[in-house]
Ligand binder design. Structure first.
Ligand SMILES: O=C(O)CCC(=O)C(=O)O
Ligand SMILES: [Fe+2]
Length: 318
């Protein structure tokens, strides 16, 4: 169900195998709010199973092993995450980066889920190319699966907040995603808290809006690489995860989410594919703030490295 403000539209894509029909259904939302709830995506049967695997992992992995897996882990009381790189599918599924034992035993299911996420993104990417009057494979042919792909599956856990705790209201700070597309899976119970700052709002002091949760839908959002590539025809929107304010007297339950960060092939050119002079002042300013220059010759890997090295400096008071 949507929250009151409900800024993110919902589409059902189950019947939209034709890229033209899919484009007509999804492009409007992704070129305005940059976020879209998608139903009928075909991953429904697998999502709850992935949440169970993630939940079991976060609950049972030892603190020492968690620290070893991610020594840079920030504020462990607010958020913890685990990134899974490419896993070769098959009976003897094989991770290309060693997996902790608790995940290794599910390698084949994890590989299957990663592939389903990748395949769904390929469908969307074909629709975007059609919408921009480009050859249908323009974006999708510049993405691939394999050990050298930069795409990752991320399990996220936001631990519960006990009654009366003094904590920063940000469970995850304001950011935009770096890649081409993100698929975000949320849970009905305890999953609330994701907010977006529509691109029409000022970066400092703008009005954040709750995305809400839509049952059985996954949330698609555009990342910085695709925003640059498409000359901001598709928008990479700031988002964050917040706690309710004031904090409820009985505390806040834990929250799990799962994200698939789809990345273009590292050496693919992200040269803007539309006339750069047609990009609005507002979009240029937003991109400049991220250190992104439309029209320049830059590869997906150079873009990713640059984005990883830079951070926003946004006020957290809004
Ligand atoms: O947990 C969420 O709902 C959002 C996570 C997110 O935006 C991210 O990891 O990039
Ligand atoms: Fe994100």
């Amino acid at each position: 169900m949507h929250t009151k403000e409900a800024p993110v539209p919902v589409v059902d894509v189950a019947q939209l195998s034709d890229p033209h029909l899919l484009a007509a259904a999804v492009v409007e939302a992704l070129s305005t709010t940059g976020f879209l709830f998608v139903r009928g995506h075909g991953l429904e049967d697998r999502v709850e199973r992935m949440f169970r695997i993630a939940e079991h992992f976060f609950r049972n992995e030892t603190p020492e092993e968690k620290l070893r897996l991610d020594p840079s882990k920030p504020a462990p009381d607010l958020k913890e995450g685990f990134n899974l790189g490419y896993i070769r599918p098959g009976q003897q599924a094989q991770a290309t980066q060693p997996l902790p034992q608790l995940l290794e035993e599910h390698a084949s299911e994890l590989a299957d889920f990663q592939h389903a996420c990748f395949a769904f993104c390929q469908r969307l990417l074909q629709a975007f190319a059609v919408a921009l009057d480009l050859p249908p494979g323009f974006f999708s042919s510049r993405h691939h699966e394999g050990p050298d792909s930069r795409s990752i599956l991320r399990f996220l856990h936001y631990p519960s907040i006990p009654p009366g705790a003094q904590v920063d209201p940000n469970r995850a700070g304001a950011h935009s995603d770096y890649g081409s597309l993100t698929l975000l899976f949320q849970r009905k119970n305890g999953g609330e808290g994701l907010q977006i700052l529509p691109t029409s709002e000022p970066l400092d002091g703008g009005k954040w809006q709750d995305t809400g949760i839509v049952n059985d839908a996954l949330l698609v959002n555009v990342g910085d690489a695709l925003e640059l590539w498409s000359g901001a025809r598709l928008k990479s929107t700031l988002h964050r995860v917040v706690l309710p304010t004031p904090l409820p007297a009985d505390g806040v339950p834990e929250r799990f989410s799962i994200a698939w960060f789809n990345q273009p092939t590292p050496d693919a050119s992200l040269r803007t594919c539309v006339d750069v002079t047609s990009i609005s002042e507002n979009d240029l300013a937003r991109m400049e703030r991220k250190g992104v220059k439309p029209g320049s010759e830059i590869t997906a890997d150079e873009h990713l490295q640059a984005r990883l090295a830079s951070t926003y400096n946004l006020s957290r008071s809004s």
